[in-house]
Every structure is written in C-alpha cells, then in structure tokens.
Design a protein around this ligand. Structure first.
Ligand code: PAF
Length: 298
C-alpha cells in the first residue's frame, strides 16, 4: 500500500494503477474517512474491494466541517495504526493529504447543497455540510473514482453527497455509484463511531439506550401510535438514560428528508442526534424493515 500526502504523487500512483487494469470490474473505489478507523470503516473497505479492482482510502480530518467550538483539535488522529489496518485489508493507496495540500493559501471555494443541509444535523451544526460537500467534491476530483462508499450512519451526509453529485453532473463517481453501506453496530446496538472514544465507561454503558429507544419507537410507529407522541416518548427515554440533550428525534422521508407526521408506507427513516458527556451521537434506521439500500435516494 502506498501512503501519499501530495496531489502529484497521488495522480501518478492512480495513473499507474489504472494503466495496469485489465479486468471488466470498475477500476477504482474510494472510501473517504477522517481516520480513527473502526470496524464500520473496514466494512466499507471490504465492500469497496468487492466492487472494484483497486481501493483508495482517504484520511483527512477536514477543518472546514468543524465549527470553532467543536472537537477539531481533539478529534482522534492515528495515521500509523490506521495505515496498518488498511494495509492488512489490501488497500492500494492511502491518500492522507496535509491541510496545506487540500486547502493551499488563498483557497476560497465552498459548496452548498441547499435545503437538505438546513435540517437535522445541518440545523444543529450550521456550515457543517458545506464543509463536507466541499471536501468530498475535492476528494472525488482528486481520486476520480468509479465508485465511492459511505456509511449509512451518516444518512443525511449520504443524501447530500448524492444530491451534489447529481446536481453537478459528476461522472467520477456518478451519483448512482455513490453507495451507502448499512451501519455497523456493537453487540449492544450502539452504532460504531470514532466519537464513541469520548465516552467514559459509565457513558458507554448508557449509550446503547439510544438505539434501544429507537427500536421501541419503530415498533410503536408500526403499531399505528401517533408519531408525535412516539417521538416525544423517545426523547424522554433517551434523556432518562443518561443523555443530556437531544438535538432531534424525527421521522423523515428517506430521500427528501421532509418531516413526516405519520408513517404512510413510503421509505421513511427515524433519525436521532443526542449528547452524552463530551460526545454527540447520531443514529438512524429505516422504518418497517425497508431495505437499507441507497436506492431510496434515487
Ligand atoms: O463521514 C466522514 O468521515 C466525513 O464527513 C467525510 C465524508 C470523510 C468528509 O470529511
């Protein structure tokens, strides 16, 4: 595996990989990450390997998606350990640009995906998705992948990136080659996240209550209980379990993220964000056992 930090070496390495390609599988898959890799990321890498001849993983803690009061300075950085994990998975290239390589002096451009970015995490973290869309567009341009894979845990992020690819007529990758991979969970249901490391032992034992409450809410929604009272109950249960703040607990159309006041059979997702200790945890699930396929995003 090559570990590259500058754009020119990346371009040469990718050209060499592509020139050696003689299979009819898509040539290149990209898995964008911010590092501190866990089993969720490695699942994306394995899926990428199934889908393409070559896999590039990017690790870049993107300053543009953190607000000044957020955890940019303390976000876990473990490039060496991450590199060893990726090497063992048979990744071809680890693209780990410096901040200077990604945003050289004078850098001035930002992307905004309107509408989808104003709700849920976008409402709680203004500007966050501009930073995400900007860096992902740059990563796509730098690597020019045929396929890109993202975790469904960040469902809103996935919807925004697909919208951006469609709106900008991207071809590498095309919007329909931006794939979501179902959330990987700990045995107790907690969605895997690099930010789980912020939890103390006590908070870690409380955190699975989030997904437990969501599964309970799903059952009530499917049983026909009014959505508003189910969501109020979900919030109360999460707060009673040790979480100190719930940013949102919403039922939304899986594709448009439009808020739903009733479950009417269309592809819907229950999405929650809540704070426990120093961590802000997010989780989401399809309602009614609808497949977690990104197909619903069109
Ligand atoms: O999901 C993440 O890790 C980040 O938001 C991403 C997509 C790598 C962009 O920085």
């Amino acid at each position: 595996m090559q570990i590259l930090t500058g754009l020119e070496p990346l371009r040469s390495a990718l050209a060499a990989l592509k020139s050696g390609d003689n299979s009819d599988r898509p040539g290149l898959a990209l898995v964008p990450t911010m590092g501190a890799l866990h089993e969720g990321h490695l699942t994306l890498v394995r899926e990428a390997k199934r889908r393409a001849a070559h896999v590039v993983v990017s690790i870049f803690v993107n300053p543009r998606q953190f607000a000044p009061h957020e955890d940019l300075a303390t976000y876990p950085r473990r490039l060496e350990a991450d590199g060893a994990l990726l090497e063992a998975e048979g990744v071809d290239v680890l693209w780990a640009p410096t901040v200077q390589a990604m945003y050289p002096a004078g850098y001035a451009t930002s992307l905004q995906v309107g509408g989808l970015d104003a709700v849920l995490c976008g409402a709680a973290r203004p500007g966050h998705f501009d930073g995400v869309a900007t860096v992902v567009a740059k990563l796509f341009n730098q690597v020019q992948p045929d396929v890109a894979l993202f975790g469904e845990k960040d469902w809103q992020q996935l919807a925004i990136i697909r919208r951006m690819a469609r709106d900008l007529d991207l071809t590498h990758p095309r919007a329909d080659a931006i794939l979501g991979v179902p959330t990987v969970r700990e045995a107790d249901g907690l969605a895997m996240s690099s930010r789980n490391q912020y939890l103390t032992a006590e908070e870690r034992s409380q955190a699975p209550a989030l997904n437990r409450a969501m599964r309970g809410a799903e059952a009530l929604i499917l049983a026909g209980e009014p959505v508003a009272s189910v969501l109020a109950g979900l919030r109360a249960e999460v707060l009673a379990s040790g979480f100190r703040q719930v940013d949102y607990a919403d039922l939304r159309d899986a594709a448009t993220l439009e808020e739903l006041s009733a479950f009417d059979g269309r592809a819907a997702r229950l999405l929650v964000a809540a704070h426990i200790g120093k961590a802000r945890l997010i989780d989401n699930m399809a309602i009614g056992g609808r497949p977690d396929l990104l197909d619903v995003l069109g």
